[in-house]
Design a protein around this ligand. Structure first.
Ligand SMILES: Cc1ncc(C[n+]2csc(CCO)c2C)c(N)n1
Length: 223
């Protein structure tokens, strides 16, 4: 069994909870309140800015040219393609570029991104990869699952979001990251695998908390 298969199997109950979250299900059946999605889009923009830095750190932490090149390409596509798609998508919901640029992280966004950045800065390349994988893997799985619902991609608000994350391209990206983690985990002692599993578990939990934060539109107590 590969390390990613072990993670997938052990974390099934948490993955199921992520998929079953009312925010995710609401996108699938089109009933999600637009205000909640607006809140999500803004926080996700803040999240992506920090997430991109993980790719830069991935290139720094790697010695393998092919891996360095892939992280560099991901940094470029996140900053110069995905974030502009995000701005265009946000505009459909009446969110301006200024609103996106000036947004501050909510408590959960801050905790999630700082946990990943802390792990990436202080840990090994394997630890960095374990931290960033649930983001890619769970979105690709959720995208694929939602895209199987009848008529979902025609949904005027959430259809394109689902199409994007269920695309072959995102699936291939998740697969690349899974393969990288499996290669890095190979031959590692059980104590290190347990550490990687813990990091993977924590960012999987943060994915849940991110849906929950968006669903409840949770901000700081004084806002
Ligand atoms: C909270 C949150 N988690 C995961 C993603 C998905 N995602 C973010 S970056 C990336 C890979 C390439 O840019 C993917 C799949 C998201 N948007 N927001």
């Amino acid at each position: 069994m590969t390390f990613s298969e072990r993670l997938y199997e052990r974390l099934q109950p948490i993955w199921r909870r992520n998929h079953a979250h009312p925010f995710v299900q609401g996108m699938g059946d089109g009933t999600l309140d637009l205000e909640k999605f607006r809140f999500y889009m803004i926080q996700d923009y803040v999240y992506l800015k920090d997430y991109a830095k993980l790719f830069a750190l991935g290139a720094v932490k790697s010695d393998d040219l092919a891996v360095m090149g892939k992280f560099a390409a991901l940094l470029d596509s996140t900053l110069n393609e995905e974030m502009s798609l995000h701005r265009a998508y946000a505009a459909r919901f009446g969110i301006t570029v200024e609103e996106l640029e000036q947004a501050k992280p909510s408590p959960v966004t801050l905790a999630y991104t700082h946990y990943m950045l802390h792990t990436a800065q202080n840990g090994s390349l394997a630890e960095l990869t374990a931290a960033l994988l649930p983001c890619m893997w769970s979105y690709s799985e959720i995208g694929k699952e939602l895209s199987r619902l009848p008529g979902v991609s025609e949904h005027s608000y959430y259809g394109d979001w689902i199409k994007m994350y269920s695309s072959e391209e995102f699936g291939a990206l998740a697969q690349w990251c899974i393969g990288l983690l499996d290669r890095l985990a190979e031959g590692k002692p059980e104590s290190e695998l347990i550490r990687l599993e813990e990091i993977f578990l924590n960012t999987t939990r943060y994915e849940y908390l991110f849906w929950e934060m968006a669903y409840r539109m949770e901000s700081w107590p004084d806002e």
